[in-house]
Design a protein around this ligand. Structure first.
Ligand code: TPP
Ligand code: MG
Length: 331
């Protein structure tokens, strides 16, 4: 196989961009974890470390000017992959006025209509019918867009997911359902929470085509997402990707993670890390050298540092903000 085939015809710039986006998420999340430990972030905070190839791979196949995205509470990576400013995301985590929800939403509740990101949802599975509604709007408005609705393996057991699948298939809505199977729902492994662990088959009774994907390999994610989006854009209705991945950190910041062995986590970090392995692949191809990566790493360090400076300089919201943005009057 030529390098050209292996990298799906992407040029050097495009490949480095993928690496950069994954690394930005990794470093952003590491910094968030640190700031949480220092008491500068409060409340809920769910890190995405380990899962970076999922969102970066899928988003690379979306049309960022048309398509819409929605996910659950493990959402920082999705926001960054949608192009939301890291400073605005971090300021929100820190409860500051400069945050995307003016410091009133926190980690789980951020939106950017400009970047077509519709949250950030704390109720497990709730984003799936809402995402299906986004797809309905795309079809109704005939705007040519699709909706990407991400959910976890635990969310895939919620009843409302199947009501949404039924409608999406019946009305051939342009929606891509992505189950990020990170193998745990809080402290419960898929084996203990699901009668069938073949999540890619969950749409089958509704006629929704699905496939299982190696989510630790960004090129595999890209390939599957390309097939899925082609199907949807041809007007054939929804598509389901079960993307198998792994979260390195606890469910949230208050999770001692006693339900799994350290060896299990270490095995992923050491042998199956999506960022390290992608870098190795690129370096092995002779098209890249260490300098390419060094400059990206330096740039991201600077970007995360700036996000922290921006957030720390941003004031806490004024008390009068308690009464704003509560209701949206319909036009
Ligand atoms: C309807 C509902 N039930 C329970 C919870 C509590 N809860 C929060 S996260 C979570 C686990 C969800 O796991 P999964 O969908 O696999 O997502 P992950 O955290 O692995 O990304 C649960 C049960 C909730 N937020 N909403
Ligand atoms: Mg999970």
């Amino acid at each position: 196989m030529t390098a050209q085939d292996k990298f799906l015809g992407q040029n050097k710039e495009q490949l480095l961009k993928l690496y950069e986006q994954m690394l930005l998420i990794r470093r952003f999340e590491e910094k968030s974890g640190q700031l949480y430990g220092m008491g500068k972030i409060a409340g809920f905070c769910h890190l995405y470390i380990g899962q970076e190839a999922v969102v970066v791979g899928v988003q690379s196949q979306l049309n960022q000017d048309k398509d819409t995205v929605i996910t659950a509470y493990r959402d920082h990576g999705h926001m960054l992959a949608c192009g939301m400013d890291p400073g605005g995301v971090l300021a929100e985590l820190m409860g500051r006025e400069g945050g995307f929800s003016k410091g009133k939403g926190g980690s789980m509740h951020m939106f950017s209509v400009e970047k077509r990101f519709y949250g950030g949802h704390g109720i497990v599975g709730a984003q799936v019918p809402i995402g299906t509604g986004l797809a309905f709007a795309h079809k109704y408005e005939e705007d040519g867009g699709l909706a990407a609705a991400y959910m976890g393996d635990g969310a895939a057991n919620q009843g409302q997911v199947y009501e949404a699948f039924n409608m999406a298939s019946l009305w051939k809505l342009p929606v891509l359902y992505i189950i990020e199977n990170n193998q745990y729902a809080m402290g419960t492994s898929t084996e203990r929470h699901s009668s069938s662990e073949k999540f890619y088959l969950r749409g089958e009774p509704f006629g929704i085509k699905g496939e299982a994907v190696d989510g630790m390999n960004i090129l595999e994610v890209q390939k599957a997402a390309a097939r899925a989006t082609k199907h949807i854009r041809e007007g054939k209705g929804p598509y389901l990707l079960e993307i198998e991945t792994y979260r390195y950190k606890g469910h949230s910041m208050s999770d001692p993670a006693k339900y799994r062995d350290k060896e299990e986590v270490d095995a992923y970090r050491k042998d199956n890390d999506p960022i390290i392995n992608f870098k190795k692949d690129l370096l092995n191809s002779d098209l890249f050298n260490d300098e390419d990566f060094k400059s990206i790493e330096d740039r991201i360090k600077e970007e995360v540092k700036k996000a922290v400076e921006f957030s720390e300089a941003s004031p806490e919201p004024d008390a009068s903000e308690l009464y704003t943005d509560i209701l949206v009057e319909s036009k």
